[in-house]
Design a protein around this ligand. Sequence first.
Ligand SMILES: Nc1nc2c(ncn2[C@@H]2O[C@H](COP(=O)(O)OP(=O)(O)O)[C@@H](O)[C@H]2O)c(=O)[nH]1
Ligand SMILES: [Mg+2]
Length: 218
Amino acid sequence: MKIKIEQKILAKNEDYALANRKYFKRNNIFCINMISSPGSGKTTILEQTAKAMKDKLNIAVIEGDLYTEFDADRIRKTGLQAVQIETKGACHLTAEQITKAVHKLDTANLNVIVIENVGNLVCPSDFDLGELVRVVVLSTAEGDDKCAKYPKSFVQADVMLINKIDLAQHLDFNIAKVKRDARKLNKDLKIFEISAKTSYGMNKWFNWLTLATKALKH
Ligand SMILES: Nc1nc2c(ncn2[C@@H]2O[C@H](COP(=O)(O)OP(=O)(O)O)[C@@H](O)[C@H]2O)c(=O)[nH]1
Ligand SMILES: [Mg+2]
């Protein structure tokens, strides 16, 4: 019974995800699903990305949290549009929630939508949102064993941002080991070492985002 209900939920999610993906492609909107543990720095990365890219790309953000509008408010302060989804306890976003959130955005001339998923390295990986790429963030403060412990999030990702590089030296975080573990799971994974706090490595991430967004149009 439980399996049947889960299959139904995932099948319904897949229908919405397919429709979302079609919509993003038809409208040349580069949609990113950003996944990580709580506190890895997703919103900070997006704040910095918003500030650096504001003259180059028109970006909107869909925020997912169990409760509060805190993150959408942080993004709006940078001048970007942001829609907050409060899941009221659910540990991931669904494709149907994304369809509804996109309706609330002004999508004229929009280049990029970033979905900041609910902070969790487990549940979001089961739910396709219709994104065009998945970005997983792992921060040095979480420890260097997380790829091996939560493989699905890394297997499904296109890009990994290793954030809080500024703290790595204080935390016995072995960057080479994390990259090895991640590439063992996913040989095509693109990896950037960054610090959203000091801006270390952020230009490489901005360049990747610009090129990937442009490539969508061809
Ligand atoms: N030292 C350091 N702190 C960071 C960095 N990025 C984010 N933080 C801090 O980590 C905490 C959580 O960041 P936040 O962006 O809210 O994480 P989220 O839950 O993944 O959205 C905040 O106190 C940030 O200031 C970084 O690169 N280095
Ligand atoms: Mg956040």
